[in-house]
Design a protein around this ligand. Sequence first.
Ligand code: NAG
Length: 445
Amino acid sequence: MVLVQVSLVLVTLVSSTFCGVSPAPHTPNGKIVVCNYETKSHMREGQGKFELSFLEPALQYCTHLLYGYAAIKEDTLKLVPLNEQFDVIKDNYRHVTDLKIKYPKLKVLLSVGGNEDVSGEGSEKNLKYRQVLESSAHRLAFINSLHTIVKGYGFDGADLAWELPETKAKKIKSGFGKFWSSVKKTFTGDSVIDENAQEHRDQFTALVRELKNTFKPDNFLVSLTVLPNVNSTVYYDPRALAPHVDFVTLHAFDFYTPQRNPKLADFPAPLYELIDRRTDENADAWVKYWLSNGFPANKLILGIPTYGRTWKLEADSNVETVPLEGLDGPGPAGPLTKDAGILSYPEICVRVQGGTGNVSPSGYRKIPDSTNRRGSYAYKPKDPEKDEDGIWIAYEDPSAAANKAAYVRSKGLAGIAVDDLTLDDFRGVCTQNKYSILRAAVSAL
Ligand SMILES: *[C@@H]1O[C@H](CO)[C@@H](O)[C@H](O)[C@H]1NC(C)=O
């Protein structure tokens, strides 16, 4: 027995030293580093296009890689690839799980939902995610189809980024009428009033318990991602879920987006409560909810975004105070991501870096977060001489990411999740050093 162990150690040493095997993932203090990988990035063009090989410089920092995303088929309510052509026919599932040959400690999980698998509108929006929950037969069919794909393609488990109805912020703080009534009027996203929220909460717990039982013989992992604007107090029962999950990731960001709040720009991802804001729209409040309702800190993960949210500025927009009111929707699309209202970290970094004082050579005024509570922002007013739109950007930079990781360390949480790798600086466009957000967060952990 002893001999076998010694020779195993030797084999490991020899292979990692001499056979070009990369070092095991760097896991500071045994913390978990979940790296989200959104495959829609492969469909972008030019410098924004992601290739599988770009994952490698990140993988030395990641303990878990989440493949985003898999979908639910509306008529059968079974799990299916979101992009059959890319995931299966071009074999990307297999290419990704094969990364474990080179990174033997890496765990690769298939993530379901993630707001990428969209169906229906209005009250029918993402109805299939509630339908799966509603009978034990549906849950069983879903679980079996997920198990088949996880096992068949060599994943280490599954993550449920379940698309439960988003809640609309509606409480009006008295004495702060103006701001809150504007929030109320400017919310335009689909909102679903879920009459059966309590049942769905219990059925979701049942789904997770049944999934863990099915996965047990294979030792597959089960994790959950709480999506932005899904109200944990409504849908998640932390104490009941705890025994059946390996970890839970809180995507406590996107409280404000130009799609949900086209007329009002505010910090999308504050760490702590800000003055005159709702008490539950910050990461700290989410963490406190889970911890104070019986969920163990050593299974709780805080998500960190690698992007910013943008709003368009008019010539007369008032940028003196945040939130900004009376705006007109998403800022112009960036050259890499080509999507209105969002910019990846490298797209922001090249705009705001350099210069003396706080105005960059490309004309952006930067307001760093001296409070370590809210995140940074930058803006470029509309130039009346030019045709170009002005833009207001609130974003996570490496120091905000490090600040959230330091919070995780100080609260004794399990780790961080970076959402996602493909919006971090994977080419080293801005600073030469690739993955600035991921690296800053990991070194503060
Ligand atoms: C979340 O739900 C609770 C009730 O369980 C409610 O008090 C709170 O206002 C909700 N939060 C949001 C952002 O809607």
